[in-house]
Design a protein around this ligand. Structure first.
Ligand code: C2O
Ligand code: CU
Ligand code: CU
Length: 463
């Protein structure tokens, strides 16, 4: 462990930096504009979508502690939070920078934070073999070596991941680079992070974790920590950076007006070309970067972002009638190197029951296989049932090659670079993966957090 205790001075320095991060140029959307002149039809009981503060992970202190938040359900909710927020602050860094983050554990139990999607070395990966004891601090320091993307930080605590995430610990981690800057995508208040999950509360309104063996199934949705919030929208394009931060729920997103999403990116950053769809599926642990044209939403019009599977309204877009930012989507967004077969190694991973991969439960210290650095391999994911199993790999991104059985296709939002792919019952999914970052120990696992905690995870070493 590289833990050391943090002095009071360090904590103060960290919070000053956190404050400084709020005014960072190029920050994401900040609180909504004035409601003046919006007239009737604005039901003031609905909470406004909360935009988590943007912070630079540059000397940042990230404090894990019990907290109290407003979920927009009428009473304060006890939860676990990063820096008192649910979701935690949005980290924003550029490729080439170095992230330094002190994780301070003020929970009454162990924790560790993983930067899902970040390519970092083993001591910085925050896997379940690491832990920070209550009252201690873990210091992360890693260079940002990957392209622009949206990642997802959350606890990865041995046996306690499902609980700690469900109680509120999660946040977005945005990486920017010059390639993305050149596209001049909708920005400022037109770039909006949406961390979507489900939740349940007890009679006091406090978050409760009552997972069954097939995973946690919450009673209602939270978007950026609130139930069915409202975003005031101008007549223009919006860029939504979506994380499915649920423990186990898959969302099937659609717009109530039949409008379309242009998917421009996913887990590992930009796609080569935008794809326009009226429905997108996002499994827990996956991310989407979508543009939505709201230029036809007039003053007082409402459009809902919905989940068709749960039949929930997730967010209300309420028109201000004001002119927004128009955007012409370029024909080519990026170039994506195609990982080439034939791969000399094919590995089979069977997701069995609710707690095993290839018949075995995860055990701390057991290494199941070794992967050579810099070599393309074919990994095949299968299941005997109990899906959805969103399969997630640490340490590298992969490319989805095929899906047979079940839904029988690779979906347009699964193009490009991925680190999580949805495996449903009877499906076989093949990916090409190449570990280019670091040698060291990593895990791959089912991102249904209850399955992960029960042992549906495997450790491997990149050599
Ligand atoms: Cu999002 Cu290994 O986790
Ligand atoms: Cu991860
Ligand atoms: Cu699973």
């Amino acid at each position: 462990m590289h833990s050391r205790s943090l002095s009071r001075r360090d904590i103060l320095k960290g919070s000053a930096l956190l404050g400084a991060g709020l005014g960072f140029a190029g920050a994401l959307a900040q609180p909504p504009p004035s409601r003046k002149g919006l007239g009737v039809g604005l039901d003031l009981a609905r909470p406004f979508l909360r935009i988590p503060p943007v912070v630079r992970p540059d000397g940042l202190v990230l404090r894990c502690a019990p907290g109290v938040v407003d979920l927009g359900v009428g009473q304060p909710a006890r939860c676990l939070a990063y820096n008192g927020l649910l979701p935690g602050p949005t980290m924003l860094a550029r490729r080439g920078e170095t992230a330094t983050i002190a994780l301070r554990n003020d929970l009454p139990e162990e924790t560790i934070t993983h930067w899902h999607g970040m390519v970092v070395d083993t001591p910085n990966d925050g896997g379940p073999q690491l832990h920070v004891m209550p009252g201690e601090t873990y210091n992360y320091q890693f260079p940002i070596i990957q392209r622009a993307c949206l990642n997802f930080y959350h606890p990865h605590t041995h046996l306690r991941t499902g609980y700690q995430v469900n109680m509120g610990m999660a946040g977005g981690f945005i990486v920017r680079d010059a390639e993305e800057d050149a596209l001049r995508l909708p920005s400022g208040r037109y770039e909006v992070p949406l961390v979507i999950r489900d939740a349940s509360v007890d009679a006091n309104g406090d978050l409760i974790y009552n997972a069954g063996s097939s995973g946690f199934v919450g009673d209602f949705s939270l978007v950026n920590g609130q139930r069915f919030p409202r975003l005031l929208v101008d007549r223009g394009f919006y860029r939504f950076r979506i994380v499915n931060g649920a423990n186990a729920r898959v969302f099937r997103l659609a717009l109530s007006n039949g409008g379309t999403f242009s998917v421009i990116g996913n887990d590992g950053g930009l796609l080569e070309r935008a794809v326009t769809l009226s429905e997108v599926v996002i499994a827990n642990g996956e991310r989407l970067d979508v543009l939505i044209d709201l230029s036809s939403v007039r003053l007082g019009d409402r459009v809902f972002l919905r989940c068709l599977d749960a039949n929930w309204n997730l967010v209300e877009f309420f028109g201000t009638g004001q002119p927004g930012q128009l955007y012409q989507i370029p024909g080519t967004l990026s170039t994506v190197e195609r990982l080439q077969g034939p791969a000399t190694v094919t590995r089979l991973f069977s997701f069995d029951g609710m707690s095993r991969i290839n018949g075995r439960r995860w055990e701390m210290g057991r290494i199941d296989f070794q992967v050579p650095l810099g070599v393309v391999e074919r990994w095949r994911f299968e299941t005997g049932g109990n899906a959805p199993h969103p399969v997630h790999v640490h340490g590298a991104s992969f490319q989805v090659v095929s899906r047979s059985g079940g839904r029988g296709q690779v979906f347009p939002w699964e193009a490009g670079w991925k680190d999580t792919v949805l495996l449903l019952d009877r499906e076989n999914v093949e990916v090409f993966v190449r570990f280019d970052g670091y040698r060291g120990e990593y895990v791959m696992h089912c991102h249904k957090l209850e399955h992960e905690d029960m042992g549906m995870m495997s450790s491997f070493v990149v050599v």
